[in-house]
Each structure stands twice: as structure tokens, then as C-alpha cells.
Ligand binder design. Structure first.
Ligand code: HEC
Length: 168
């Protein structure tokens, strides 16, 4: 007699759980949908990205974003670009243009970069990625540098489009 009773209880419990799961799922579903726009990374249209690149001073405003994307492959092992992206060996680069050097979140910068005091713009980034150690002796960015000037221009155009909120 015990077994059928237990089975009955289990079946009821399963049915109740299924029903509960359904309505519960719907409720949390709509809640997380409501929260999504605030937390989801910004996804820009091509037109918005082009507008951001156009904001840069010459020659960066004429940078080839598609080529810049391939140049950025050498940075990707250490840096994320999306909003809220994690720090890796290097800090997340979302919002880097207009950001004070060495101030992203909880990243542990070198003393040299923390003390740099400048705000990143296209030219600063250009000098930096040409030869980081020449700009900040003792930097933790162990990177030989992008030696080709046009590669840097294209990379900066790409970086601007990938790491900035759309122009208002
Ligand atoms: C080997 C890993 C590595 C590579 C490759 C690398 N970086 Fe970095 N990057 C770092 C580290 C580490 C720091 C922090 C440096 C410090 O604290 O001195 C940094 C800092 C930076 C900063 C300053 C950020 C801030 O918040 O002040 C920028 C901009 C930057 N990197 C861009 C680039 C670009 C663009 C490339 C590709 C051309 C690149 N990095 C390649 C590791 C790397």
C-alpha cells in the first residue's frame, strides 16, 4: 500500500512543481526582460559607429575600421572592449576615450600609469600603443608596440567605435 501512495504524492508534487515552475518562469522572465536594457551591453548600428569615428580628429577620423579590427587581434588576448567586459591581463577598454589613465574599475595598474594624470584621447592612445614602455617606464603592459603608423590610425578608429556609447 505504501508504494502507490508515495507514487501518488510524487505525481502530485511533480504536477504542482510543473505548474509552479510555469507561472514562476513567466514571472521571472518578465522581470529579467524589464531589467535587460540597463544591463545589456550597448549594441551600436554601423551608422552610429561611423558617427563616432567622424568625431575623432584627423587622421583618425579617416581610419579604416575593418582593418583596425584585424589589428586589434593582437590586443584581444589582454583586453575586452564591450561595456562591462571583464579585466584580463589588461583592463576592460569600454569608455577609454575620455577616461583618465589608470582608473578603470578595480584593475591593478602599475604605479606609473596610475600617476600618469592624462585623459586618453586618440593621440595619447596612438603614442601609447606605438611603444608603451617609452610612454610609461615600468608599465605592466608588456607589449612591443604597433610600429606601423597607419595600423595605429585604423586601430584607433576601430577602438573608438567599439568602446564608446553612441553620440547624443
Ligand atoms: C600582454 C597583454 C597586453 C596586450 C597584448 C595589450 N595590452 Fe594594453 N594593457 C595591458 C596592461 C597590463 C595594461 C595596464 C598597464 C599598466 O598598469 O601599466 C594595459 C593598458 C592599456 C591602456 C590604458 C588603459 C587605462 O585604463 O588607462 C590602453 C589604452 C591599452 N592598454 C590599449 C591596448 C591596445 C590598443 C593594445 C593592442 C595594440 C594593447 N593594449 C595590447 C596589457 C596588454
Amino acid at each position: 500500500m505504501r508504494r502507490p501512495a508515495a507514487l501518488l504524492i510524487l505525481t502530485c508534487a511533480a504536477a504542482a512543481l510543473a505548474a509552479c515552475g510555469k507561472s514562476g518562469g513567466q514571472a521571472t522572465g518578465s522581470e529579467s526582460n524589464a531589467g535587460a536594457p540597463a544591463s545589456a551591453p550597448v549594441e551600436l548600428t554601423d551608422a552610429q559607429k561611423a558617427a563616432l569615428v567622424a568625431e575623432l580628429p584627423a587622421p583618425y577620423n579617416k581610419g579604416d575600421v575593418a582593418h583596425g579590427k584585424t589589428v586589434f587581434l593582437i590586443c584581444k588576448s589582454c583586453h575586452t572592449t564591450i561595456q562591462g567586459g571583464s579585466d584580463m591581463t589588461g583592463p576592460n577598454l569600454w569608455g577609454v576615450f575620455g577616461r583618465k589613465a589608470g582608473t578603470e574599475g578595480s584593475f591593478k595598474y602599475s604605479d606609473g600609469l596610475k600617476a600618469a594624470g592624462w585623459t586618453w584621447d586618440a593621440e595619447r592612445v596612438d603614442h601609447w600603443i606605438a611603444d608603451p614602455k617609452a610612454v610609461v617606464p615600468g608599465t605592466k603592459m608588456s607589449f612591443v608596440g604597433v610600429k606601423n603608423p597607419q595600423d595605429r590610425v585604423d586601430l584607433i578608429a576601430y577602438l573608438k567605435a567599439e568602446t564608446s556609447a553612441p553620440a547624443k
